[in-house]
Design a protein around this ligand. Structure first.
Ligand code: GLY
Length: 659
């Protein structure tokens, strides 16, 4: 019998959709490549929209709705199978180590349906004995909960089986056949299969079948056992700390997670990953250090560029997407199943789905020249908007690749010299940058404008480039680079080994010391750093730094903070000509035209701080710099016309069309 619906992917999302459709009367088949590999088995099972501090309103609504479905949904599954899902409305406590303004609602989502309560130092230690001494307060999220994700996966499989869903484990879909905007079948390792409707629920592996922007984000985890000498459960709620969560189960195990690593499908647990988890867990809840370890494991979250799922209709009329749930797959399972089943079986499209449509990735403003459909609207002064229409052309650009990591944006910014943190945040957002450099020494000494930096930017989205500004010698720079690596780790970037190396002995002209820079670079490369040295525009030095293993060179355009523009053009050109690593023009750029000019020369990227921070309207200037970087890059790729000595008519006399 041909199924009404064929679901590609047998993780919790695929199974839950299958169950909803079956309950509505559909014949459903689920194709599962390897049930055990699904992210659901590796998760912690937190139902934590509040603790995860989700900022996107549509996503928050989706998550809250899903969390509210959990009690009835799990009860129904348990009744159907007689099995337990481990659903536990235990609440989540989120301790912090730094003082926060508890009156600032932006620090934590709170609404009548999902309240958040601030507990001060005395209250939190009384409420939850055993927390680390450094805990200074925290948020209590009573509505957040947990489910035993492994049990849930088993219950979903058993439910689907008992309802008569056709479950095929060990079947690999090799291709989705499409004709004229329709899926006409799937090719699998056991032959072709057909259905009227298809659902893609393939998690982190989605982009192996269709060009969707879903990539794996590895999470390492471990569990410990509560020893027998502790008779009662010492924890009866989830602890959600900085870069760590601790999830107690009723069976006396405790789950500890998780790293977030952009390493593709690299398998295995690593000492660095597990060490960072153990350190953070013991800091938060010290008695764990005596608990026996049960096991270690890892999994792959399906991440999208905006960290929101891709749900709903696709480019084919009988194919529906349910992928990219990133950190919230277990939480979003019931709502995804309900909305997707309604869409397929009753053609009912919930308004929320519009926020998660795949096409958003083709519309977004981007600094990537491959995406030329920039939806910017400009007023023409008569109150009318001039809209840039999507272009038909495209040009290939692989993005900026530094030490094997790819960035779409070719503009890097900094955090210094802004008039306020808010202005800095808005400017960083408007710049579209993905790399922000941070002065480690200024953060360490809490210099003006550098307090609260950890919370000010979303370090899950922005790659931190710690810099050694303020270091006058190679030794100092090496020491500060090591601190920078720790700082990035504390902010959740466990795999961040980048350092922008600055060795600047002279305080008047702020010119980098070439010898000290080379010495420090050699040492840091040996210690495993990805070194991005800031240098005078010296082609020989650039070459030497490349030879010792630096991952970029960052020549200055003119003195730092001077805004004098491109004064070293000829040398930068030589550096670009000879470098096999990216050349990032750093320092001195004062205006967007200069930024564009540096990119036209063939620079791979720019680092701009003062010209944005010291402008009259930094967010607008940041946006202008973003556009300039894109324009300059496009111009470079397009290839400018040669400069000629004499005029040449625009309408040549030869080859013209004559009547
Ligand atoms: N939901 C927690 C995580 O993805 O690590």
């Amino acid at each position: 019998m041909t199924s009404d619906v064929l679901i590609i992917g047998g993780g919790v999302i695929g199974l839950a959709i299958a169950i909803e459709l079956k309950l509505r009367g559909a014949n459903v088949t689920v194709l599962c490549r390897d049930f055990r590999a699904a992210a659901a088995h590796a998760a912690a099972g937190m139902l934590a929209p509040d603790a995860e501090n989700i900022q996107n309103q549509a996503m928050l609504s989706l998550c809250w709705r899903s969390r509210s479905l959990y009690p009835d949904w799990t009860r129904k599954l348990e009744e159907l199978t007689g099995l337990n899902t481990g659903y536990w409305p235990c609440g989540i406590l989120a301790p912090v180590y730094q003082h926060q303004d508890e009156k600032n609602p932006s620090l934590s989502p709170s609404s009548p349906e999902s309240p958040a309560y601030w507990l001060d130092q005395a209250a939190i230690h009384q409420y939850q004995p055993g927390l680390g001494a450094e805990v200074l307060g925290g948020w209590w999220y009573p509505e957040d909960a947990q489910v035993d994700n492994q049990a849930l996966a088993g219950v979903l499989w058993a439910t689907a089986e008992s309802l008569g869903v056709e479950l095929k484990d060990g079947v690999t879909v090799e291709a989705i056949r499409q004709q004229q905007g329709q899926v006409v079948g799937v090719q699998t390792n056991i032959g072709d299969m057909r259905a009227a409707e298809y659902v893609l629920a393939t998690g982190a592996w989605s982009n192996q079948l269709l060009p969707l922007p879903v990539s794996p984000r590895k999470g390492q985890m471990l569990s410990v056992q509560i020893p027998e000498f502790v008779p009662e459960l010492p924890l009866t709620r989830v602890l959600y700390g900085q870069d760590i969560y601790i999830v107690p189960r009723r069976n006396r195990s405790i789950i500890i997670g998780a790293t977030s690593e952009d390493v593709g499908f690299t398998p295995h647990n690593t000492p660095a990953g597990i060490q960072s988890l153990l350190q953070a867990a013991i800091r938060l809840y010290p008695q764990l250090e005596h608990y026996p370890i049960l096991k270690f494991w890892w999994g792959f979250r399906p991440a999208t560029p905006d960290e929101l799922p891709i749900l709903g209709n696709s480019h084919c009329k009988n194919l529906t997407f349910a992928v990219g749930h990133h950190r919230n797959g277990i939480l979003l399972t019931p709502i995804t199943a309900a909305l997707i089943a309604d869409l397929i079986w009753s053609q009912k499209s919930d308004p929320l789905l519009a926020n998660f449509h795949y096409s958003r990735f083709h519309r977004q403003p981007s600094t990537s020249p491959t995406m030329l459909t920039h939806p910017a609207n400009f007023s023409n002064g008569n109150g009318k908007n001039l809209s840039l229409q999507p272009s038909e052309f495209s040009i290939q650009d692989s993005g900026l690749i530094i030490a094997g990591k790819t960035f779409k944006s070719r503009l890097m910014t900094g955090t210094g010299k802004y008039r306020s943190i808010k202005e800095m945040q808005e400017s960083v957002a408007a710049s579209g940058c993905q790399i922000v450099t941070v002065a480690v020494r200024r953060v360490q000494t809490k210099a003006a404008g550098h307090e609260g930096l950890a919370e000010a930017l979303d370090w899950q989205k922005i790659w931190m480039l710690p810099n050694t500004a303020g270091c006058q010698t190679a030794e100092e720079a090496i020491r500060v680079a090591r601190l920078g690596r720790e700082m990035a780790k504390l902010l959740g970037q466990e795999d961040n080994n980048f350092v922008k190396l600055e060795v600047i002995p002279d305080l008047k002209y702020l010119l980098p010391d070439p010898i000290g820079t080379l010495q420090a670079a050699e040492q840091l490369v040996k210690e495993g750093f990805a070194v991005l040295p800031y240098i005078n525009a010296d082609p020989m030095l650039a070459k030497r730094l490349e030879e010792v293993g630096c991952v970029t060179v960052m020549p200055l355009a003119s003195p730092i903070g001077s805004g004098q523009g491109l004064k070293t053009t000829a040398n930068i050109q030589i550096i670009i000509e000879n470098a096999k690593i990216p050349v990032v023009v750093d320092a001195g750029i004062g205006s967007p035209s200069e930024a564009a000019q540096a990119m036209e020369l063939g620079a791979d990227a720019l680092l701009i701080n003062s010209a944005i921070a010291l402008s009259e309207n930094p967010p607008v200037m940041a946006h202008a710099m973003n556009l300039a970087a894109v324009a300059g890059r496009l111009a470079y790729l397009a290839g400018r016309m040669p400069v000629k000595d004499y005029a040449s008519p625009s309408s040549p006399l030869t080859g013209k069309i004559t009547g």
